[in-house]
Write a protein that binds this ligand. Sequence first.
Ligand SMILES: Nc1ncnc2c1ncn2[C@@H]1O[C@H](COP(=O)(O)OP(=O)(O)OP(=O)(O)O)[C@@H](O)[C@H]1O
Length: 142
Amino acid sequence: MKQPKQAPRAPLHKHTSRNEFSKFLAGFGFAFQGLWYAIRTQRNVRVHLAMAILAILLGVFLHISAVEFALVFIAISGVFIAEMMNTAIELCVDLASPNYHPLAKVAKDVAAGAVLVNAILSIIIALFIFGPHLWALLFHTL
Ligand SMILES: Nc1ncnc2c1ncn2[C@@H]1O[C@H](COP(=O)(O)OP(=O)(O)OP(=O)(O)O)[C@@H](O)[C@H]1O
């Protein structure tokens, strides 16, 4: 008996890889939406952004080394990551517990503590990197 003619199959691997690629691009889009949400709604994130720009400009002005710049960028990204995780945790807690709950309080306080630890660490890194350069600028060139 003659087999019914089947429609030629679409090359599955190509189709799948295109889907995977558009998912990959969409993932970037969602990540940027999250970043924009944090910048738009969180005053602390905007303060960190201003501090980050200042630190980079100061680094350029003081001619800090590539390794010192790398440390500055690590500190900057650390603060942003902590602040954005804090925002995500706050939103999850508000969703799960809109009313007062001792565990909700602890979750938010711990997340805020993580931001504080990171901010203190960044100040220490800034002192170690910019301190000697500023010292040299102030007391050796006057
Ligand atoms: N649902 C809750 N139950 C118990 N305590 C809460 C709750 N929501 C907030 N708190 C307490 O209030 C504090 C401030 O909470 P809030 O959500 O206003 O955070 P925030 O740091 O002021 O937020 P933002 O970064 O948006 O200004 C928390 O650290 C926590 O101690």
